[in-house]
Design a protein around this ligand. Structure first.
Ligand SMILES: [Mg+2]
Length: 324
């Protein structure tokens, strides 16, 4: 490599790791996550459940209401902007401050965030650790909100893994909850790193790259099972084999979401429609897939009509960024 090329490479690395560039990536991932979350949530409504709606790709009527996935991801973005990384106590406090019981939080998170609002967030770790008889939560809540962390640190995978784990422990201390968050954040980072590759990354290569950076866990075992699925597997058949979030755990959710993102990395719309076909925890699966795939496609691939139908995000983001 010539001296000039080395200088250019160093300049590029500096640009990619500068806070404004990192934050811009995180906000694109948030947009993908949030539109996915609100889109997926629509399909819990009885009037949107008909198979014909999915086969004809008829968009559900507005408004598309986002859920806890988006609200917590907004707190993550606010934390990244303020601290240039994840500070778990600040994040736990922001989760508690923006808690909205109408947004579909799981039972344990409802209880935890109400308690943090009552007693303050100083003992956030002890409170999170006490969940599920002292084992901590292995729910999919840490994975559903984490893609912007992968986006922010996409230039450095070791930072992705470190800050994804920090974002998880604010509420999900169990090793599976942490592994799920690390895997999703790594996937978002790799999706960004591969966006301009000369030959598109194959689904298996993508999953293998994510697996390499995922801690030993049932989540990683699930990625191994996803790697064994034949290329022609349908979303529904994949869900039957590797889970689809019906159980609400990281290990039941993350392998399917990663498999679905891997298959449609170059099309935001295809990725989300196919993810819905797999059923299960629809808003969470779609939030994870949307946050990852948007890193590969860029924000321009998220249809403007989808953004219009989703309820506005700007007020929530403004409140989280300015007040904590
Ligand atoms: Mg949700």
């Amino acid at each position: 490599m010539t001296e000039m090329a080395v200088d250019e490479l160093e300049q590029l690395k500096a640009q990619q790791s500068a806070p404004p560039a990192c934050m811009a990536r995180a906000l694109v991932s948030l947009e993908g996550l949030s539109c996915g979350d609100a889109f997926g949530e629509c399909f819990f409504e009885p009037q949107n459940r008909a198979v014909e709606i999915r086969t004809s790709r008829t968009l559900p009527p507005a408004p598309w209401r986002f859920t806890d996935d988006t609200i917590m991801a907004v707190s993550i973005c606010a934390c990244l902007e303020r601290h240039h990384g994840i500070e778990p106590e600040w994040l736990a406090e922001s989760f508690a401050r923006h808690y909205d019981p109408e947004r579909g939080y799981g039972h344990a998170m409802n209880a935890l965030l109400m308690r943090l609002n009552t007693i303050g967030s100083a003992n956030w770790f002890e409170e999170a650790q006490e969940l599920f008889e002292g084992e901590g939560s292995f729910g999919n809540g840490a994975a559903m909100r984490v893609a912007p962390v992968g986006a922010y640190f996409a230039h450095d995978l070791s930072q992705v893994a470190k800050h994804a784990a920090l974002s998880a422990v604010a509420t999900h201390c169990h090793a599976e909850g942490i592994a799920g968050a690390v895997a999703v954040a790594i996937a978002a980072a790799i999706a960004w790193r591969e966006r301009e590759a000369e030959s598109p990354m194959k689904a298996k290569a993508f999953l293998e790259s994510v697996r390499t950076c995922t801690p030993e866990s049932k989540v990683r075992d699930g990625i191994d099972r996803a790697l064994q699925l034949p290329a022609a597997t349908t979303a529904l058949d994949a869900a039957l084999t590797i889970g689809n979030g019906t159980r609400g755990s990281a290990q039941d959710t993350v392998p399917f979401a990663l498999w679905s993102a891997a298959r449609s990395l170059s099309s935001y719309e295809d990725a989300l429609w196919e993810t819905v076909n797999g059923g299960g925890d629809l808003d969470t699966n779609c939030a994870i897939v949307g946050g990852i795939v948007a890193m590969h496609t860029g924000e321009q691939a998220i249809p403007r009509e989808w953004q219009r139908r989703r309820e506005p995000l700007s007020l929530l983001l403004h409140a989280a960024t300015n007040k904590g």
